[in-house]
Ligand binder design. Structure first.
Ligand code: ATR
Length: 282
């Protein structure tokens, strides 16, 4: 077969990776946009992520998503990074350009797009509480600030990590005229319009790591995870009168952003998100 006729290859590389919905999402995007590509799951050993990515590129891969726990390492693999990936210091999308690998982070843009376009939540002027200061929080903080809320408070179990994250984003926050603060989980204040859970607490079935006082009237509470991992936090939010949203929309929208990085076209997402939701609840 002539190589020019082969579909372009992409993959999600992680550990674990068997649970990933990305191959299904990108297959639907390819069909909806008429793009010729295949998208696989590739399991990388914990100490062999770089070699796995290089092997995939050498075998003809055009780009890949990188997922837990490799997003920080992927940042070091890229020769060039988007401004949002540099701010996050983490990469979830690599494009194997001939003149050097390009790294991007589409998580935050995916979250903001889901909140603003799918959930109809205008972030401008809101008070946001971001719980967590690990990889997930650092991937979304820059794009959240760029949506120009009034104030963002980053609260973390280890307050020093929240302070470091806030310090790194201070010039970006200033450029977008957003107040940005760091604190611990016990002193993060009350009455927020939007509370985002980017901690791993819900993985442990822990509900919320903060008191319900953080939820202002009409608050929206979002867990960046989806499926069973998000349920404890979402249930806590509903029990305290907030509107709850999981991270499934973010998952689809970050994939759409990655697809655009690779293919130059942003696929439609509404139908794909609907299909995934049906699959989840079936
Ligand atoms: P991820 O890439 O998913 O963000 P991570 O970088 O390990 O994973 O970060 C996990 C985050 O969840 C951290 O903010 C962590 O707090 P610490 O920095 O203090 O470790 C937070 N976290 C994990 N378990 C938690 C719990 N039971 N309660 C509150 N926060 C928790």
């Amino acid at each position: 077969m002539d190589t020019a006729e082969r579909p372009d290859r992409y993959a999600v590389i992680g550990h674990p990776v068997a649970h990933s919905k990305s191959p299904d999402i990108h297959a639907r995007f390819a069909a909806l946009t008429g793009q010729s590509l295949v998208y696989e799951r590739v399991l990388a050993p914990l100490d062999g992520m770089a070699a796995t990515v290089r092997d995939f590129a050498a075998a003809g891969g055009r780009g890949c998503n990188v997922t837990v726990p490799f997003k920080f390492e992927a940042h070091d693999l890229a020769q060039r990074c988007s401004p949002r990936a540099m701010l996050a210091q983490a990469v979830n999308t690599l494009r194997f350009d001939a003149d050097g690998w390009f790294g991007d982070n589409t998580d935050g843009a995916g979250l903001v797009h889901d909140l603003q376009h799918n959930a109809g939540i205008d972030l401008a002027g809101r008070d946001l509480l971001l719980l967590g200061a690990g990889g997930a929080a650092s991937g979304v903080l820059g794009p959240l600030l760029a949506a120009r809320p009034r104030r963002v408070v980053v609260a973390n179990r280890s307050p020093d990590k929240a302070r470091a994250l806030v310090q790194r984003h201070a010039p970006w926050a200033q450029a977008h005229e957003v107040e940005l603060w760091a604190c611990g989980l016990d002193d993060c204040g009350s009455g927020y319009g939007l509370v985002l859970n980017a901690t791993a607490a819900s993985l442990q079935g822990a509900g919320s790591p903060v008191s319900a006082a953080v939820l202002g009237p009409g608050a929206v509470a979002v867990d960046l995870m989806y499926g069973p991992a998000a349920q404890a936090f979402l249930q806590w939010a509903r029990e305290h009168g907030a509107t709850a949203r999981d991270g499934l929309g973010m998952l689809v929208e970050q994939a759409a952003e990655a697809f655009q990085v690779w293919r130059g076209v942003r696929p439609p997402t509404a139908e794909v998100l609907r299909e995934l939701r049906t699959g989840l609840t079936a």
